[in-house]
Ligand binder design. Structure first.
Ligand code: NAD
Length: 490
């Protein structure tokens, strides 16, 4: 360990920013703490407007060269980054787990391979993007995706590297340069990615990483006049602040925000499957934007569903996220634990009943919250309407399909919805009426990078994925060419 590095389980991480191909330290630092045991992982350079301006300047300077780089060469370098990620999966997994306390086994086997896939997918998609052509009175229209310029990407802590690279990969593939600001609670894997990208031959200034607080480094980046795109994943209040800052410069923004998604369980469903889908919502200790946290069950099967749910949930192993056997780790931060418990205690005081859980896991100590299922909750209550972002689900019943749809749609969010039903016609009917960016029928979390991803209402603005990502990160241009010998008579 040197003045500018820290070590996590034997992996060395540089604690400085990555700007213009160089490590830059700030005068001030902030402490990165592991949610597993509250230990300090190290001191991280704390970016301000100065580092933000330097990173935007570096991205601006590197832009013409990268934008002019042939598509095949950009794709080759993105593949090299993916190979570099693959080589360091174990390092990335262990560091991410110490930083955000999500399960080591899912980082190893799901998340980090997906990080590599993000780069490969968008590199390959770039090569498949066809410039569309069509004719107008003999003239040819040619639509092209032109790189837009420096992109600011702001990401949260619940899936740090996965969410960052889902934005970085298409932005770079499109020929843009990038400034990433990772969440202050989880800055470490972004720093490792900077090393990997440099080793893969990504030119200096094409990817920059500025660490620091949202109100400081983040705000300076999203307010900078030389930025051409802002893509943000995080909470609704932050999106509103970023929207106001970006509006001043008329910068296109993409917002992937929170949710309060429903799981609709109809009496004709395979009940064991429905229970599995419901219990899966405790993944990542409930810190998943897409989680179906409102379980809506048809009255006639509600008792049986609840009984089987409680049995299944009782088999979940709560504990250290580094253990293979653990299903549920701690939450991210004392502030988050307090927030989660606040929601639950206010709901209980208002008459809710905890079928399971309802309190922090005091035997384990630290930041563990017991997986909780609340019934007897009113539709307009806080716990039904607001995102808790912890292992807390509510259960309500419905009598008719119409009522199920009405309850499902009755929040200010619209990120996702999940249905359990044995009737395909019902699935089609209900799906057509749901307000959601993604609907899963008899499954959950099946995601393809070529699908549009995003939320309706306050769950987001815009869609990313496949060509939608390129539409966002590029300036679309239509070039109209007259046929040979054409005389323009006005
Ligand atoms: P957050 O909004 O508090 O912070 C997200 C990021 O924004 C952090 O990097 C933070 O530093 C930065 N930030 C804060 N204020 C800023 C400002 N004024 N200007 C610029 N940047 C600023 O969110 P969080 O608590 O880190 O993440 C949890 C939220 O993210 C939940 O609401 C969750 O649902 C949502 N989320 C959504 C998706 C999705 O794809 N829709 C995925 C994961 C998480």
């Amino acid at each position: 360990m040197t003045e500018h590095t820290l070590t996590v389980a034997g992996v060395t991480v540089d604690t400085r920013h990555w700007i213009g191909g160089e490590r830059i330290a700030s005068a001030e630092t902030f402490t990165d703490v592991s949610p597993i045991d509250g230990s300090a992982l190290g001191e991280i350079s704390r970016g301000t407007a100065t580092e933000a301006a330097a990173a935007v300047a570096a991205a601006k300077a590197a832009f013409p060269g990268w934008a002019a780089t042939a598509r095949a060469e950009r794709a080759r370098i993105l593949h090299a980054i993916a190979d570099g990620v693959d080589k360091r999966i174990e390092d990335l997994a262990i560091v991410e787990t110490h930083d955000n306390a999500a399960l080591l086994r899912s980082h190893r086997r799901g998340v980090m391979p997906r990080v590599a896939h993000n780069f490969r997918f968008f590199a390959d998609w770039l090569l498949k993007l066809e410039h569309e052509e069509f004719e107008t009175r003999g003239h040819t229209n040619r639509v092209s995706w032109d790189p837009a310029g420096p992109c600011v990407l702001i990401t949260p802590w619940n899936a740090p590297l996965m969410l960052a690279t889902w934005k970085i990969a298409p932005a770079l593939a499109a020929g843009n340069t990038v400034i990433l600001k990772p969440a202050e609670w989880t800055p470490l894997t972004a720093s490792l990615l900077a090393d990997i990208a440099a080793e893969a031959g990504l030119p200096a200034g094409v990817l920059n990483v500025v660490q620091g607080y949202g109100a400081e480094a983040g705000n300076a980046l999203v307010s900078h006049p030389d930025v051409r795109r802002i893509s943000f994943t995080g909470s609704v209040p932050t999106a509103k602040a970023i929207g106001a800052a970006s509006a001043a410069n008329l910068v296109p923004t993409s917002f992937e925000l929170g949710g309060k998604s429903p799981l609709l369980v109809f009496a004709d469903a395979d009940l064991d499957l429905a229970v599995d889908l419901a219990v899966e919502q405790y993944d990542n200790a409930g810190q998943v934007c897409l989680a179906a946290t409102r379980i809506l069950v048809e009255e006639s099967v509600a008792d049986e569903f609840t009984k089987r749910f409680a049995q299944k949930a009782a088999t979940l192993q709560q504990g250290d996220p580094r253990d293979e056997a653990t299903d549920l780790g701690p939450n991210i931060h004392p502030r988050q634990l307090e927030k989660i418990d606040g929601f639950v205690q206010r709901a209980l005081a208002a008459g809710a009943r905890a079928v399971i859980g309802g309190a922090p896991h005091t035997d384990l100590g630290g930041l563990y919250y017991r997986p909780t299922l609340l019934t007897d909750v009113a539709q307009d209550s806080e716990v039904v309407q607001e995102e808790v972002f912890g292992p807390v689900l509510t259960l309500q019943t419905f009598a008719t399909e119409q009522e199920a749809v009405a309850l499902a749609n009755d929040t200010r969010f619209g990120l996702a919805a999940t249905l359990a039903t044995g009737d395909h016609e019902r699935a089609a009917r209900v799906t057509a009426q749901l307000v959601a960016g993604t609907v899963w029928v008899n499954c959950f979390f099946v995601r393809d990078l070529q699908a549009p991803f995003g939320g309706s209402r306050q769950s987001g603005v815009g869609r990313e994925g496949g060509t939608w990502s390129f539409d966002f990160y590029c300036d679309l241009k239509n070039t109209v060419t007259a046929p040979k010998g054409w005389q323009n008579h006005g």
